[in-house]
Design a protein around this ligand. Structure first.
Ligand code: SF4
Length: 385
């Protein structure tokens, strides 16, 4: 399966934004992106470079391709701009991945600029619009998932993050002629108003005293309030600033049934050829016995996970309003509960930091690498009616 690809077109402003918890990301060579049985497209100019290096012996695969074929595999079904795919081993590793050292031999022998674009960009997920480039991370990467647990930095949106220098980042590109996000199906937002709403969502996630369920309940109330905005009543950003501060109490659901319903909705956005086999037996019991009693300890990393969905949101541009975005956050939270229950069931123990980190990884694998974003946005847009 492929990592989300760029949709083409020129970027907006040149500023770069990220969440503070991701702003100093560095690859820790977990190797997960090199061993996930993913398609790795090779762009045409790079194909020539790698081909020549292979022919000259300056580059050698670290493992044999499955079936004994070539290292760079051509074909008719290649993505745009790709001249080949990197072959994989029988186990699903990239043939350039050297398991004993955990190193990529392309990176080691030819340098980082000679990596396929997919490899250079993972785990970054970018959104380019009139404000600049906003970069989030997929927490399928274990290093990114661990960053949700850090307590050395306040959660906020920061500009010019050290980890993401000015560059062309792959992701969703919103061209100047494209519509800005919708407030609701009958009204567009201005970018300043949308930026205020994005900051507001992240700020809610940063409120330490709130449970994840309270974050969702408050954002749902805020979105419904904001939908009543009329253009004659001042700027939209002002309406965001005037949203009520009163907390809404909400705690984890008593059982997993509602979360499994949202999980089913999510899985309908996964194409059949990527759909995992059903494996939900016993999750209700695992939630009651292993997740629910421990859930209250983990509000901070779960809220940070929610912030990563609220920030740089593709759903904002693909969906039909602010309630759609909130519905997407609610679905992401439900998915974490389901994956946490699966982790507890499989490990035979109650939720702890290691299991929750794996639940984040599994949740983002579904959201970022299996499901089709447009289909998710369409399903979540039902919240607007
Ligand atoms: S080319 Fe290198 S970085 Fe890319 S998937 Fe293969 S081993 Fe990993």
């Amino acid at each position: 399966m492929a990592i989300p690809a760029a949709k083409g077109g020129p970027p907006g402003g040149s500023s770069i934004f990220a969440l503070s918890i991701h702003a100093d990301y560095r690859c820790h060579r977990s190797g997960v992106c090199c061993t996930s049985d993913w398609d790795v497209p090779v762009e045409l100019p790079l194909h020539r470079t790698l081909d020549e290096a292979l022919a000259a012996g300056r580059l050698r695969p670290a493992a044999a391709p499955a079936g004994g074929g070539g290292v760079l595999v051509g074909g008719e079904d290649l993505p745009d701009d790709a001249a080949a795919m990197v072959a994989r081993t029988r186990e699903g590793d990239c043939v350039f991945y050297h398991r004993p050292s955990g190193l990529c031999v392309v990176h080691r022998d030819l340098g980082e600029p000679q990596l396929p674009a997919t490899c250079r960009h993972f785990p970054r997920l970018a959104l380019r619009d009139g404000r600049g480039t906003s970069i989030s991370l997929t927490h399928y990467c274990p290093t990114a998932a661990a960053m949700l647990f850090r307590d050395d930095v306040r959660l906020e949106i920061v500009e010019a993050p050290a980890a993401f220098p000015p560059a062309e980042y792959e992701g969703l590109v919103v061209r100047p002629a494209d519509w800005p996000p919708l407030l609701h199906p009958r009204m567009l937002m201005d970018l300043e108003g949308y930026a205020a709403w994005e900051r507001h969502m992240v700020a809610r996630c940063a409120e330490e005293r709130l449970t994840p369920e309270a974050v969702i309940a408050m954002l749902d109330r805020d979105a419904r309030t904001l939908r009543r905005y009329q253009p004659g009543h001042g700027p939209l950003a002002g309406a965001v600033a005037a949203l009520p501060a009163e907390p809404v109490a909400a705690s984890a659901p008593a059982d997993l049934s509602g979360s499994l319903g949202l999980f089913d909705e999510l899985m309908r956005a996964v194409p059949d050829d990527r759909k995992p086999d059903p494996d939900e037996t016993g999750l209700g019991g695992a939630y009651l016995g292993g997740v629910a009693p421990e859930w209250g300890r983990w509000s901070r990393p779960v809220n940070r996970y929610l912030a990563s969905k609220a920030f740089a949101s593709w759903t904002a541009y693909q969906g039909r309003g602010v309630l759609t975005i909130v519905r997407g956050l609610e679905a992401a939270l439900a998915l974490v509960r389901v994956e946490a229950a699966r982790q507890c069931r499989n490990a035979g123990r109650a939720l702890d930091a290691d299991l929750l980190r794996e639940a984040f990884r599994d949740a983002d694998f579904v959201l970022n690498h299996l499901a089709v974003g447009e289909d998710l946005a369409e399903a979540w847009s039902k919240a607007e009616t």
